[in-house]
Design a protein around this ligand. Structure first.
Ligand SMILES: [Zn+2]
Ligand SMILES: [Zn+2]
Length: 403
């Protein structure tokens, strides 16, 4: 759907900034409350209650219990126009927090170590602001709080539940607070931002025996070692060198004693790539190599290969919109990192397969305040100044797209 702006509204960006800056103490408070009660994927019960209660309080129309714990808020202006969506993920990780802060996790062994507490907060701040300033935009804004980003792919059942339909979403954005970038920067690009994630487990079935009598055995360790090496040729010899891809074997378990030939070896790994045309390529190629090597040695194998997330592909026009707004909000074009890519994956990709949109990184590290630990580290924390910057970028994107 294309909308021709009939009467573009005059926008006072300094008024928006001032209003959002006053929300900062509130944002910090919400983030810290959420941080203390982290919940794992599809178990975000307290978290979604927190979100729903705020939406209720502010009189924002919303639907709960989507894909178990997901929520969608709908904020309508009184004039018809495009439908813009914003996405936040809500889950935490099975990590014991090691930060000694007053807002430390109160849930044993669970921690918001990826910054999703911040994502919920930024989305809530945006919902609050927009609900109070329905004159700033035309059309409808949907704010989607999804469960289970960390490996469980909560975005997919949200899409299947129809959050992008009725009214149909025209464009969508989302952000990840990003400790790989310093506070005051934004990483955004058109095209592939994050990689497809595929995983596999393989058991090599050999024949065990005495370490001194190999002729009576089929050594699963030797077969497994050849498999590990040979799989590296998929990236080096089969993938077009112009395209980026990774095959990592992260697990190799075999054997019980130094003088025993192991009858089985278990390998586990992950495959990453940006170019969506490789979908369906790696699994069969990997199996072809494993089959050939096992055959050569008289071993058998069991292979389990699955596609977790597609690559995150940003739409050129929406990425441009985010970039121009980000330059303005962080008050420096230098702060926008144009070619920011990672082989990490994100299930935002399920949304971006359906509608044009843009996912971007909001720099949140501050080494001077000791807030620069990597994501998923037990001491991960971020500079909360990024919260109001995130709200401002979201609000400004809405105001620019929906006019
Ligand atoms: Zn994460
Ligand atoms: Zn994350």
């Amino acid at each position: 759907m294309v909308f021709t702006p009939l009467n573009p509204l005059p926008v006072d960006t300094s008024r928006i900034r001032a209003a959002i800056r006053t929300l900062q103490p509130q944002l910090v408070e919400w983030r810290r409350q959420l941080h203390q009660k982290p919940e794992l994927g599809f178990q975000e019960v307290l978290t979604s209650e927190f979100v729903a209660q705020k939406l209720q309080e502010w009189g924002i129309e919303h639907q709960t219990g989507i894909a178990k714990t997901g929520i969608m808020a709908t904020i309508r202006s009184d004039r018809p126009g495009p439908v813009f969506a914003i996405r936040a993920d809500m889950d935490a990780l099975p990590i014991q927090e090691q930060n000694e802060v007053p807002y430390k996790s109160q849930h044993d062994g669970i921690m918001h170590a990826c910054g999703h507490d911040g994502h919920i907060t930024v989305a809530l701040g945006t919902a609050y602001y927009l609900s109070q300033h329905r004159d700033d935009f035309i059309g409808t804004v949907k704010i989607i709080f999804q469960p289970a980003e960390e490996g469980l792919g909560g975005a997919e059942p949200m899409v299947k539940a129809g959050v992008l339909k009725n009214p149909d979403v025209d464009a969508m954005i989302g952000l990840h607070l990003w400790n790989n970038l310093p506070l005051g920067t934004v990483g955004v690009r058109a095209g592939a931002l994050m990689a497809a994630v595929e995983c596999f487990e393989c058991i090599i079935l050999g024949k065990g025996g005495h370490g001194a009598i190999p002729q009576q055995t089929i050594d699963s360790v030797v077969v497994g070692a050849q498999v590990v090496n040979a799989l590296q040729t998929i990236v080096s010899r089969n993938v077009n060198p112009i395209d980026s891809a990774v095959v990592t074997i992260g697990e190799f378990h075999a054997g019980t004693a130094h003088n025993v030939i192991a009858d089985t070896a278990k390998l586990g790994g992950t495959v990453r790539y940006f170019n969506p045309t490789y979908k369906g390529y790696f699994g069969p190629r990997l199996e072809q190599i494993i089959r050939g090597i096992c055959q050569a040695h008289g071993a058998r194998y069991e292979l389990n290969y699955w596609e977790l997330y597609p690559p995150v592909i940003n739409d050129g026009a929406i990425a441009n919109l985010v970039r121009s707004i980000a330059e303005d909000v962080i008050e420096s074009p230098l702060g926008v990192v144009p070619d920011c890519q990672t082989m990490g994956g994100e299930d935002m990709s399920f949304f971006l397969q359906e509608v044009p949109g843009c996912y971007f990184f909001l720099g949140s590290a501050n080494a001077e305040k000791d807030l620069a630990y990597p994501h998923h580290h037990p001491r991960f924390d971020f500079d909360e100044t990024a919260l109001s910057m995130g709200v401002e970028i979201f609000v400004r994107c809405v105001e620019k797209f929906c006019r």
